[in-house]
Design a protein around this ligand. Structure first.
Ligand code: PEP
Ligand code: MG
Length: 568
């Protein structure tokens, strides 16, 4: 049995589909049978054209024209007569193998395109590389990673997955995934929860332990994977899967219910989203608002900055979809494990401590302004709350707020309607902000505690590094004390406090957070009903006394024992 971190709950039993790192090693060979070599090349080209056509059509249906255009660009390269005739000429004149000739001609074209003045032409070199890699992979008989071409039930096994890999997965065929690296709060894990695909991350060894096509059981309730299970194990897990799904169905009865504790206190449970597409599950699970819209995915899904209009449409659709319920939209939080290739930032030694989020936006006001304009224009379509990420100092918040007001003034001068009731708040995810929460509370409308980062910065443990994942300690009294400081400081100024880190949806943490007085719990939509049910079984008064005890414990074990003992 292989253990890992359960990143998205559920149970799946299916064949493993290994996502290999592609290795395209080409060596020069002398060939006598030139015609045979040309046939090999032509067959590889035909297969690539067929793959790309399917990919383009599927992408068009699922993700729209913008994304589908990428595959059209690849088709153009492959079908370019000038390019391919040079490859064939090389095979004939130099009597070399097709893959070598293709690579040589490719490298020459890439160099030529990269040297061009025109940026658009320079960028085409990436298309040439991608398209020719596909043909090379066919010649060398190396499997390429086209997740959207999968057409049977599988569990993806990989070293790691990028958020865009995860976004390409079709729920019809991809029954789950398991990775060697990553933690509960890595962004592929977060995407898995919003797609509701069972996932286990940080297994360290799953890729080495499984062959392509072997059956595996992915128990992403308890974080266990069984490779080549016995019939008995398969039956046992099929039963467990049924029981899990029955419980899920029972929870669905709570969808239209408010969240109220046993002693009658109302709590807000909101959802975290990454794109307007997530709205369906937000409504399906009966969220009382959106506590975090991670706008960076709007930027990561494209090969260039989204325009003001594109962003406006996205924000407007979410605000309208929520029909007046509060929607907290966070401004761009790029950096850390969320990269934006077209921003072309230099590689950093410590990306999580680097040039990211509000730091970057305050420096690149052009990028920031486009987003703020889009947000403000959308504000009249619902109940918008704007939130700045990664605030470390009072000066950063003040500068961001002044800039927001300036952009608002400009829009009004252009006679654009903007709401006058937008709340402006900040993420508390850096210890310096938590420690100065009393001063921040005077100038913000609300706080949202980002425990994913607050924990990594408090315990000095990279949230992507599985070797230090034991330091992801949401129940540690040190963290509980920091959270208490933030909540108490906000309440003193009559401001509300939410939490949008993964801790808010954790069933051991939720009783403690209720006791600390947290006003809004924002989580993956799929966790909402479980927490709603739990809240109905808890008394806020009792949780206050529970958390007072927890705050004085020494470590996580003592806190977990206490919670389990008190909740029976
Ligand atoms: C957090 O840090 O807790 C948070 C919600 O933001 P993200 O996970 O996007 O960094
Ligand atoms: Mg964060």
């Amino acid at each position: 049995m292989i253990k890992g971190i359960s990143a998205s709950q559920g149970i799946a039993i299916a064949k493993a589909y290994r996502l290999e790192e592609i290795n395209l090693n080409v060596t020069k060979r002398h060939v006598e049978d030139i015609e045979k070599e040309i046939i090999i090349l032509e067959e590889a080209i035909n297969k690539s054209v067929a793959d790309l056509t399917i990919l383009r059509d599927q992408t068009l249906k699922k993700l729209g024209k913008d994304k589908a255009d990428i595959f059209d660009a690849h088709l153009l390269v492959i079908k370019d007569p000038e390019f391919m005739s040079q490859v064939i000429d090389k095979v004939r004149s130099e009597k070399v193998n097709a893959d070598y000739a293709l690579k040589e001609v490719r490298d020459m074209f890439v160099l030529m395109f990269e040297a061009m003045d025109n940026e658009y032409m320079r960028e085409r070199s990436a298309d040439i590389k991608d398209a020719t890699n596909r043909i090379l992979a066919k010649i060398l008989k190396v499997k390429t990673n086209d997740l959207s071409l999968i057409n049977e039930a599988v569990i993806i096994v990989a070293n790691d997955l990028t958020p865009s890999d995860t976004a390409q997965m079709s729920k019809t065929y991809v029954k789950g995934f398991a990775t060697n690296i990553g933690g509960r709060t890595s962004h592929s894990a977060i995407m898995a929860r919003s797609l509701e695909i069972p996932a286990i991350v940080g297994t360290k060894t799953i890729l080495e332990a499984v062959k392509d096509g072997e059956i595996i059981i992915l128990d992403a309730v308890d974080g266990n994977i069984i490779v080549n299970p016995t019939d008995k194990e398969i039956t046992a897990y099929q039963e467990k899967k049924q029981a899990y799904e029955a419980e899920k169905a029972e929870l669905k009865l709570l969808i239209d219910q408010p969240t109220v504790t046993k002693d009658g206190v109302n709590i807000d449970i909101a959802a975290n989203i990454g794109s307007p597409k997530d709205l369906n599950s937000v409504l399906e699970y009966g969220a009382e608002g959106i506590g975090l819209f991670r706008t960076e995915f709007l930027y990561m899904d494209k090969d260039d900055f989204p325009t003001e209009i594109e962003q406006f449409e996205a924000y407007k659709s979410v605000l309208e979809g929520m029909k007046g319920k509060p929607v907290v939209i966070r401004t761009l939080d790029i950096g850390g494990d969320k990269e934006l290739p077209y921003l072309k930032l230099p590689k950093e030694m410590n990306p999580f401590l680097g040039y990211r989020a509000i730091r970057l936006c305050l420096d690149r006001k052009d990028i920031f302004k486009t987003q703020l304009r889009a947000l403000l224009r959308a504000s009249i379509y619902g109940n918008l709350r704007i939130m700045f990420p990664m605030i470390a100092t009072i000066d950063e918040f003040v500068e961001a707020k002044i800039f927001l007001n300036q952009v608002k003034k400009e829009l009004k001068q252009e006679a654009v309607a903007v709401s006058d009731t937008i709340q402006v708040g900040m993420m508390v995810e850096i210890p310096s902000a938590a420690l100065l929460a009393d001063n921040f509370a005077k100038i913000v409308d609300f706080f949202s505690i980002g425990t994913n980062d607050l924990i990594q910065y408090t315990f000095a443990a990279d949230r992507m590094n599985q070797h230090v994942s034991y330091l992801y300690q949401p129940y540690n009294p040190s963290l509980l004390r920091l959270i208490k400081m933030v909540i108490d400081a906000a309440h003193k100024e009559n401001k509300w406090v939410g939490m949008c880190g993964e801790m808010a949806g954790d069933e051991i943490a939720a009783p403690l957070l209720l006791g600390l007085g947290l006003d809004e719990f924002s989580m993956s939509a799929t966790s909402i009903l479980g927490v709603r049910k739990l809240m109905s079984q808890l008394s806020k008064k009792e949780m206050e006394s529970l958390v007072n005890e927890a705050l004085n414990k020494n470590n996580v074990t003592e806190v977990v024992e206490l919670v389990k003992r008190r909740l029976g």
